[in-house]
Design a protein around this ligand. Structure first.
Ligand code: SAH
Length: 465
């Protein structure tokens, strides 16, 4: 929509449709949302609606709103989870009322007898990060209890059947779905399947800022009152373009003499800001967050991905794919007591070392880390960090997961007595909602590397067993 065509009338139906289609939704999704939500609904709410509808229809998940007190008895619990006391349930409810309402429109579902995966709303996982006790009690299947510990990660919102299949391969363990917005100032909805204990978790300190305004305080000066965002959306591998920032500037400048731009301009600007995680850096000026800011939001040390020939594009890609360190560290914190003398780790798809950084920040000594990562840039980043942090252990690097053979693993197991933790998140390229071209599911070219994770876990278990 050319900016000079803005009128003071509220945004017409076609314009909203145009915006939504421009944001990557299909015309059908956009029209359904507009029909269901009514003519005055803002773009942000329409995108929430589409997201929720997508979740309910397309994905292999049921959104679990907690049962009301009266129907609590008839509520059928997911297999391994049993909800605890009313007090803790209230915690969920309070949080839900205060939440951004992503799934406001979702209703309680009859999930039938078919095995379904449940995503909690709010997406807070098994524990509230402000408490050390779990909100749910889980019973691990027997086969999953044997060591080593393992921890698998991928995007929460996947196409049909993906999480149930991953879970089937990983000993039928129920995934723990967590949005990192409960840990830091940006969202990151991820599922984690692991056999770690879930009692006595503790968060990393200092706790990271939970709002954009605290995390990037200098943006406050330029933040318009009509932009109510306090947290960022998920950090992705691509950042918004300079052209877009310029279009936004021009759209706003037309209304410079007025207290604020008209609602339809606000709606347009906010939709783009949300989509591209733009922040206010000057009068009428938005910009994508910078790699340094991304590092801080994701829990990495400053300049973790900087220098050594790493270009900004690589930094965006690496950080867009990485673990949110505070979130993962919270789950791994239970290992601290168990491994005071250090831990042996098999880190698959290591990326920029989210797992290694999390363990280090928890104060768990890294004895032997076998790190498997195909990108040379990423391997250089992890090696650089290893040296800078004066690690006393050994870092063994392997490029491709397919090179991780029985022989190699047997050799490591006999040389340092086995792995304590196998950790990794396989590529999400064919699973992520951002990928509208080749979102073909777990069998996709990249996402099928999950089976390598499973193969290697199985080998390690056999060798150690
Ligand atoms: N958890 C990581 C990021 C995982 S993203 C972090 O905290 O940074 C998935 C990673 O798998 C990417 O870094 C990608 O380069 C790597 N990868 C893709 N194919 C691979 C292969 N065949 N062998 C090893 N690593 C691979």
């Amino acid at each position: 929509m050319p900016d000079n065509k803005y009128s003071n009338k509220s945004l017409e139906k076609e314009e909203k449709l145009w915006l939504l289609v421009g944001m990557g939704y299909t015309a059908e999704e956009a029209l359904t949302a507009m029909d269901k939500c009514g003519p005055d609904t803002q773009i942000a709410e329409l995108t929430d609606f589409i997201y929720a509808a997508e979740l309910e229809k397309e994905l292999d998940v049921c959104i679990r709103e907690l049962p009301d007190e009266e129907d609590e008895k008839s509520y059928s619990h997911p297999r391994n989870l049993e909800f605890l006391s009313n007090k803790k349930r209230k915690l969920y409810k309070d949080e839900k009322q205060g939440s951004r309402g992503l799934w406001r429109s979702s209703k309680k579902q009859e999930c039938g007898t078919e095995r379904r995966i449940y995503i909690p709303n709010p997406m807070i996982g098994f524990c509230d990060p402000d408490e050390s006790w779990p909100i749910v009690e889980r019973k691990l299947p027997e086969a999953a209890k044997r060591l080593p510990y393992f921890y698998y990660e991928n995007v929460a919102l996947t196409p049909q059947g993906v999480w149930s299949k991953i879970s089937r391969f990983l000993y039928d363990i129920e995934p723990e779905f967590v949005d990192s917005v409960y840990f830091c100032a940006c969202a990151r909805k991820r599922g984690y399947i692991h056999n770690l204990p879930i009692h006595n978790r503790f968060p990393l300190t200092p706790r990271p800022p939970r709002t954009i305004q605290e995390a990037i305080p200098w943006t406050k000066k330029w933040w318009p009152s009509w932009d109510g965002r306090t947290t960022l959306d998920c950090i992705h591998t691509k950042s918004g373009s300079a052209k877009l920032a310029e279009r936004i500037r021009q759209a706003l400048e037309e209304y410079d003499g007025e207290p604020e731009p008209p609602r339809h301009v606000q709606t347009y600007v906010l939709a783009e800001c949300r989509k591209w995680n733009l922040v206010w850096v000057g009068r009428n000026k938005v910009a994508p967050i910078e790699p340094n800011e991304m590092e801080m939001l994701m829990g990495f040390p400053r300049n973790h991905t900087r220098g050594g020939g790493v270009c900004n594009g690589d930094r965006y890609t690496a950080l867009g794919n990485s673990f949110q360190v505070d979130t993962v560290a919270y789950h791994l914190s239970v290992l601290k007591e168990q491994f005071p003398n250090g831990i042996n780790v098999l880190s698959l798809f290591s990326g920029i070392g989210g797992a290694e950084v999390a363990l280090h920040r928890l104060g768990i000594p890294l004895k032997n880390v076998v790190s498997v990562e195909i990108s040379e840039v990423n391997r250089n980043i992890v090696r650089g960090w290893w040296k800078e942090t004066n690690q006393c252990g050994n870092l063994i690097e392997i490029a491709d997961v397919q090179e991780v053979t029985w022989d190699k693993l047997e050799q490591y197991v006999s040389s340092f007595g086995g792995f304590d933790l196998l950790i990794g998140g396989s590529p999400c390229n064919n699973l992520s909602g951002r990928n509208r071209v080749s979102r073909v599911g777990l069998e996709g070219e990249h996402s099928s590397l999950f089976y390598e994770y499973f193969r290697i876990l199985d080998l390690v278990k056999c060798i150690m067993g």
